[in-house]
Design a protein around this ligand. Structure first.
Ligand SMILES: [Zn+2]
Length: 180
């Protein structure tokens, strides 16, 4: 609850500016690269990890059998979110790199201070992270560079946005199978 209040105040605070043309162009580029990454993961979840994509497609991401199926459902949803594209606001916040309201709307705030200094793959990973929030993930924990996705408290690894960000940087792996 406390985290949600902080999120709401961060969403409302700080000067929001329309992103300029090159920022918009670059952000669209990152979205489309994230789509290609997700398509590749979905192929591998089906071929390597034997996820039944038809059964995932016909259920809500939260109502799947395993966390691997849940991840596939979240990724199918994220792909649609990214193909449609976000409505970006560029801000001067020092408190986040990028932030979005979970589940609702299309707005993502991008920090001029944090985001544009990241290297290219990290920018794509952040955009992908934000897209999973629209599909039900939480910020239960931020996995650091040397950490692998895992469960955290009540949150399963598939419902943590950082799982997908780490995958984008380090490659897809399934906790309990080949992640550890
Ligand atoms: Zn997040």
């Amino acid at each position: 609850m406390k985290n949600l209040l902080i999120l709401f105040s961060l969403m409302l605070s700080h000067q929001s500016l329309a992103c300029n043309d090159w920022q918009k162009t670059d952000l669209r580029h990152y979205e489309l690269q994230a789509v290609e990454i997700i398509k590749n993961w979905l192929d591998r979840l089906e071929s390597k990890y034997q996820v039944d994509m038809n059964s995932v497609r016909n259920r809500s991401p939260r109502n799947t059998q395993s966390q691997t199926e849940m991840a596939a459902g979240i990724l199918m949803c994220s792909q649609k979110v990214l193909e449609k594209g976000f409505n970006y606001q560029c801000t001067n916040s020092t408190e986040y790199t990028a932030i979005t309201m979970p589940l609702f709307g299309r707005e993502v705030k991008i920090s001029d201070v944090g985001f544009w200094r990241l290297h290219h793959p990290a920018k794509v990973a952040v955009v992908l992270h934000e897209s999973t929030h629209k599909c039900g993930t939480n910020d239960a924990i931020y996995f650091k560079d040397d950490e692998r996705p895992r469960n955290h408290g009540f949150y399963g690894w598939a419902t943590i946005a950082s799982t997908y960000e780490v995958w984008a940087l380090q490659g897809l792996c399934i906790p309990g199978q080949d992640c550890d």
